[in-house]
Design a binder for this molecule. Structure first.
Ligand code: 13P
Length: 252
């Protein structure tokens, strides 16, 4: 079986280069643990050089987004050739915090395509803003998946795709307020069904699905138990060495 996947989304943290150095030094003490996983860190751009240098061989660099146009003159943007030159292997695309700033399914779809053409693994985030009794959130999830993954039909493309299920309502809280394992399991089955409708069973069953949203050491084992996920996309807990270690250990 393929290795579990752990992605640390640092978002816009920590707030200084010195703190980033300290965090990396602490993380590297558990390098043996992280080497057992596909481990990625997605830092803010100004820390890319530092992270790519200090990650050594226990993890890989990831981007929190990509710019949709090829290299050229684009003031204020970071193009894929620059990301690649730092060794970026994976890009988080369609994160709800970017969708809240205006990212559309259409632009997510374009970004998936350009990332794939550059040999970068797209980690595509989907997730409903609220869960409701009538299951309307499943329709939202289906539309988001279908529109974000539009235009992907080549087997080679799908083989590199990773999905992150991140219900928006569960992000940035704590273990108590995260999704219940039974609900997670239901969503994963649903996502797998949509992927099957789109790409066929054989292809769909190999697409890894991660979970993100208030993953902490306290809920990580319950979230893993028979829910069908291959790993986690972790926000705030990834900034605390002990919490991230506990999450990594649970995946092994
Ligand atoms: P939290 O783990 O802080 O809820 O963030 C989840 C997330 O948005 C990861 O991409």
């Amino acid at each position: 079986m393929a290795r579990p996947i752990l992605v640390a989304n640092w978002k816009n943290h920590p707030s200084s280069l010195i703190e980033a150095k300290t965090l990396l030094r602490q993380l590297s003490r558990s390098s043996k643990l992280y080497k057992k996983l596909f481990f990625f860190i997605a830092p803010p751009y100004p820390y890319f050089a530092l992270v790519s240098e200090r990650l050594g061989n226990f993890g890989q660099l990831a981007a929190q987004d990509v710019f949709v146009l090829p290299s050229g003159n684009h003031t204020g943007q970071v193009t894929l050739d620059i990301l690649k030159s730092f060794g970026v292997r994976l890009a988080i695309l369609g994160h709800s915090e970017r969708r809240a700033l205006g990212e559309t399914n259409d632009s997510v779809s374009q970004k998936i395509n350009i990332a794939l053409r550059s040999g970068i693994i797209p980690l595509v985030c989907v997730g409903e803003t609220a869960r409701d009794q009538d299951g309307e959130h499943f329709e939202f999830l289906r539309d988001e998946l279908k529109l974000s993954l539009a235009g992907l039909n080549r087997k080679n493309d799908i083989a590199k795709l990773v999905i992150a299920y991140e219900p928006v309502w569960a992000i940035g809280k704590n273990a108590r307020d995260a999704i219940a394992p039974a609900d997670l399991s239901q969503s994963v089955i649903f996502i797998r069904k949509v992927l099957t409708d789109m790409f066929g069973r054989k292809t769909a069953e190999h697409i890894p699905i991660l979970y993100g949203g208030s993953v902490e050491s306290a809920n990580v084992r319950a979230l893993l138990h028979e829910t069908g996920i291959r790993g986690f996309l972790v926000g705030h807990a990834s900034l605390h060495t002990k919490s991230l270690e506990a999450i990594a250990e649970s995946l092994i």
